[in-house]
Design a protein around this ligand. Structure first.
Ligand code: CA2
Length: 145
């Protein structure tokens, strides 16, 4: 199985700016940890990407159809605005898990609504880098069903 991790705008700055909000772990650290978990299992492949561009994320979701078993997506600020990502997730027909480092429901009002939540299998938010590792486990469970 292939798990496709997609990361939206500004997540490339993780660990380098605003550590009080998003922690000190970099996206590279998270990717390395996820890859380490996958390496202990047989038949689990990880593809891990980040883009600051909405259209590139849409293209990657489209390409996941027939190629990825599960998508794990931290759409960052596009979570709250992007009908394009929502439509792409719907069209891809790949089970998708929405994740966030922070608890978006405990932050500013504009972060409470997710445009993509209703078309995802579920949401994991508020556990920092562990949100990625929990999503990895959830992706395995989705495939095991
Ligand atoms: O909590 C999350 O994972 C978010 O998806 C992060 C987004 C935010 O817009 C969402 O509401 C919640 C922001 C990602 C920006 O990441 C940065 C990391 C370091 C420094 C600046 C931004």
């Amino acid at each position: 199985m292939k798990i496709l991790f997609l990361n939206g705008p500004n997540l490339n700055l993780l660990g380098q700016r605003q550590p009080e909000v998003y922690g000190k772990t970099t996206l590279g650290d998270i990717e390395a940890n996820v890859r380490g978990k996958a390496a202990k299992l047989s038949g689990v492949e990880v593809d891990f990407r980040q883009s600051n561009h909405e259209g590139e994320l849409v293209t990657w979701i489209q390409q996941a159809r027939g190629n990825a078993s599960v998508i794990v997506i931290n759409a960052a600020a596009y979570t709250h605005t992007s009908i394009a990502l929502r439509d792409a997730i719907t069209a891809a027909e790949v089970p998708t898990i929405e994740i966030h480092l922070s608890n978006i429901h405990a932050r500013e009002e504009f972060r409470h609504h997710s445009m993509i939540a209703a078309v995802c299998r579920g949401q994991i938010a508020g556990f920092g880098a562990n949100s990625y590792y929990l999503a990895f486990e959830a992706a395995l469970l989705l495939q095991a069903k």
